[in-house]
Design a protein around this ligand. Structure first.
Ligand code: NAD
Ligand code: DAU
Length: 335
C-alpha cells in the first residue's frame, strides 16, 4: 500500500506522517511545495527510512502532480496541503483560491486518472461559519464560510464531494476543529502565545478574547483521519472534534499560568475582520460509526504542548528566522 500525503511538511501533515510510519512500514510519499509553512526538518528523522519519500511539488502544477501520481501509483491520498491561516487570507486571498481550490482540483483529476482507491479530503469546521452561544456543528449544518480561507476550503470540500458524485471517485471528507500540539507554525494562537510569553513579549488577543474554539490535540485528529481513511464510507463527511470548547482568553491565561508569567502581558488588540465568534463540533457520527474517540486528556495536553515548545526552542527559532529553509538545500540540493 502506498499513501500519498500532501502537505506532509506542515504541522498536521508532519505529525500524521511521523505517526503513520511509527505504526507501519507502508510506503508514504509526501508531496509538499515547502511554502513558508512547510518545514522538512520536522520530518528529518525519516530521511533514511526506505518507506518514506519526499517530492517537492506545488499542487497547482498539474504536470508535476500527474507525473508523481504516475510514478508512485498511490492507493490512497490524504490531502492536507493548503494555505491554512485565516489572517493571511484576509491580507491576500488569491493564493488561498489557487492552492486550496485549484490545487485540490488538480489532485482530484490526477487521482481519477491513476485510479486512486481512496481520497481523504482534509477540510475544516470553519466551512460551517460561526455559531451563537449554544449548539454545535453537525455534518448536516449549512455551509456558511466567512473568511477567504474558509470559503476556499468549502469550495475544495464541495469539489471533492462532486468528484465522488459525478465521477465515482472514492472521496471522504473530514471537518475538524482547531488543532494544537508539537510542530505547529508559530503564527497560530497557541504557539504564538507560548513563544511570546517565553520571550516576555505582549500577547495580542483579538477583541475581547471571548471567542470560542473547540480544541483537539493533533494526534487525536490524525487518529481520526486514519479511521476515516480505513473505515469511512465513500461520499460521506465526518466531523472531528474532542468536545473541548475554550474561550481564547482562558487559553492565553492558562499558558501564562503554566509559564509563571504575569497577565499584564496580555494586550487586547483590534479584532480580526469578520471574526467567527464560536466553533463547536458534534463528533457523534465518527464516534458511533467508526469507533474513534479522542485519547488525549485535555486537562494535561495543553501543558504538554507548552513543554514541547520550551524543549524545542531551536525548532521554532529556526522556523521564525527562516533558517529551516537551508535544510532543504543541504539535504536535497544536490539531488
Ligand atoms: P500548515 O499551514 O501548517 O501546513 C500546510 C502545508 O501545505 C505546508 O507544508 C505547506 O508547504 C503545504 N502547501 C501549501 N501550499 C502548497 C501548495 N501549493 N502545494 C503543495 N504544498 C503546499 O497547515 P496545517 O495547520 O497543518 O493544516 C493542514 C490541513 O488541515 C489544511 O488543509 C487545513 O485546512 C486543515 N485543518 C487545519 C486545522 C488546524 O487547526 N490547523 C483544523 C482543521 C483542518
Ligand atoms: O477551526 C479550524 C481552523 O482552526 C483551521 O481550519 C485553520 O487552518 C486554523 O488556522 C484554525 O483557524 P483559527 O482562525 O481558529 O486559528 P488561529 O490560531 O489563527 O486563531 C485562533 C483564535 O485565536 C481565533 O479566535 C483568533 C484568535 N487569535 C489568533 C491569533 C493568531 C488571537 O486572539 N490573537 C492572535 O494573535
Amino acid at each position: 500500500m502506498t499513501i500519498l500525503v500532501t502537505g506532509g511538511a506542515g504541522f498536521i501533515g508532519a505529525n500524521y506522517v511521523l505517526r503513520r510510519l511509527e505504526r507501519s512500514q507502508e510506503r508514504v510519499v509526501v508531496v509538499d511545495a515547502l511554502t513558508y509553512a512547510g518545514n522538512l526538518e520536522s520530518l528529518a528523522e525519516l530521511k533514511d527510512n526506505p518507506a518514506f519519500a519526499f517530492e517537492r511539488i506545488d499542487i497547482r502544477d498539474a504536470d508535476a502532480v500527474k507525473a508523481v501520481f504516475e510514478s508512485t501509483k498511490p492507493d490512497a491520498v490524504v490531502h492536507f496541503a493548503a494555505e491554512s491561516h485565516v489572517d493571511r487570507s484576509i491580507l491576500g486571498p488569491r493564493v488561498f483560491t489557487e492552492t486550496n481550490v485549484l490545487g485540490t482540483q488538480v489532485l482530484l483529476d490526477a487521482a481519477r486518472e491513476v485510479g486512486v482507491k481512496r481520497f481523504v479530503m482534509v477540510s475544516t469546521d470553519e466551512v460551517y461559519g460561526s455559531l451563537g452561544p449554544t449548539g454545535a456543528f453537525t455534518e448536516a449544518s449549512p455551509l456558511q464560510p466567512s473568511s477567504p480561507y474558509s470559503a476556499s476550503k468549502a469550495a475544495a470540500d464541495l469539489l471533492a464531494l462532486a468528484y465522488n458524485h459525478t465521477f465515482g471517485l472514492d472521496v471522504v471528507v473530514t471537518r475538524c476543529s482547531n488543532n494544537y500540539g508539537p510542530l505547529q507554525f508559530p503564527e497560530k494562537l497557541i504557539p504564538l502565545m507560548i513563544i511570546n510569553a517565553l520571550e516576555g513579549k505582549k500577547l495580542p488577543v483579538y477583541g475581547d478574547g471571548m471567542q470560542v474554539r473547540d480544541w483537539i490535540h493533533v494526534e487525536d485528529h490524525n487518529a481520526a483521519v486514519d479511521a476515516v481513511l480505513e473505515k469511512g464510507r465513500p461520499g460521506e463527511v465526518y466531523n472531528i472534534g474532542a468536545r473541548n470548547e475554550r474561550y481564547n482568553i482562558d487559553i492565553v491565561k492558562q499558558i501564562l499560568t503554566h509559564l509563571g508569567k504575569p497577565e499584564s502581558l496580555i494586550e487586547h488588540v483590534k479584532d480580526r475582520p469578520g471574526h467567527d465568534r464560536r466553533y463547536a463540533i458534534e463528533p457523534q457520527k465518527i464516534e458511533s460509526e467508526l469507533g474513534w474517540r479522542p485519547a488525549k486528556d485535555p486537562s494535561t495536553a495543553l501543558g504538554e504542548t507548552i513543554e514541547w515548545f520550551m524543549a524545542n526552542a531551536s525548532w521554532w527559532e529556526r522556523v521564525r528566522s527562516g533558517a529551516y529553509r537551508d535544510y532543504y538545500e543541504q539535504q536535497y540540493g544536490n539531488r
